[in-house]
Design a protein around this ligand. Sequence first.
Ligand SMILES: Cc1ncc(COP(=O)(O)O)c(C=O)c1O
Length: 409
Amino acid sequence: MSDQSLEFGKEVKSKAEALAAEGRDANQVAKIIIDADPESCNYGIGIVLDNEGQAMATSETLLRYLQEEIEGSGRGQYRNSASLMADLKAAVLQWQRIPQTIWDSFVLALPSDAGTGAVSTAATIALAMHSGLDCIGVEELSWPGYKAIAKSCRVDYKEFPSEQAINREEVLPIYQASPQNTTGQVADKAVIAERAAMAANGHRTIILDRAYSGFEYASLLGTKGYDAIMGMSYERYIAPFVNENVPMIIAISPTKCFRSFALRPAGMLLAFIPDSTTRKQVTSLMNSVIRARGSAFEHPATRALVRAMIADREQLEREHALALSRLAETEQIWLTLSRGTAVEPLFAEGYAGLFRNPKIREGADVNLYNEHIYPVISSGRCRINITGIPSDENLQRKHAEAFARSCYL
Ligand SMILES: Cc1ncc(COP(=O)(O)O)c(C=O)c1O
């Protein structure tokens, strides 16, 4: 392609570089440049997209409950879900397919914030549980939010190879308990077993970040059904730690599951504390941290999710299945279109979820932008939100070819 015809792509690239120089992170830059181009095809922002490239609808159930919450908020008084916490705990444990025999070992807290607030609150609590921790450890190429969380908790941040258990006395491990943002890797069962064994040996508390519950098994939704894949997800990511009696705080985000991006409610914390004396201490600590965050009285969207989860969990689960179904559809399209290309392995065994993050060739960013294709480009890699693939088959092929030309592993 001549230099002249790449003019648009070059302009976008310069704009992206200028925004990055102002201190914006790669996700923020992507959002700004996507919004500035009326012809943009979003492969960047981590939302769930429908087959027209539009954000999928927010959960109808949540919107309905939120409307009721707002209508009930006419009088200026504090409101919270304190009286509903036991019912909410049961509903969340059911949603996550956690066996009833171990429910008593869990403590629930609501940071009244989305998943980010849940992870960050989990870090505050876990760091306060153990003196001597001065670092947060995460898998390499992990979600950029962790770095900011470590900074705000005033501890160091360190990345470890994904296939490794984090096993250092001074390091609090945060493991993703769903396909990895950014890479799309699904942690191997043997690796998870090793992480659980190491944590048990080291008497370590860990954090599990569950931002994409069940997304790793989306492709099995059609054959196995929602209940089965949520059960498999529990078995893969949570059960190994339960079986080793590892104390852990599971941070659960509702955002991707129920497409509540615009509402940002109710990240949930489930602390699994097998020892009953420690559980009492941790409960008290969690209550203090929630109080200090000002979350003991919750935002209306959080209260709405609490009531919906208790009274309408099955409807929410059907809406969660809609996102999984869209993901399964797009995984199938990518699998077909990537055959014989450099990125084919990313759509095979071992990868799943919203994102893939291959390396990007020199100059390929200009070419992609020039075709109005916008992944998140950062540190020589290109994070692709796979639900960005449109329904038009010509466009699908064009986009898949552009990525195959631009990327390598
Ligand atoms: C790994 C991971 N953890 C936590 C979050 C935060 O979720 P939320 O959007 O609910 O704040 C995200 C969001 O992208 C994520 O990818």
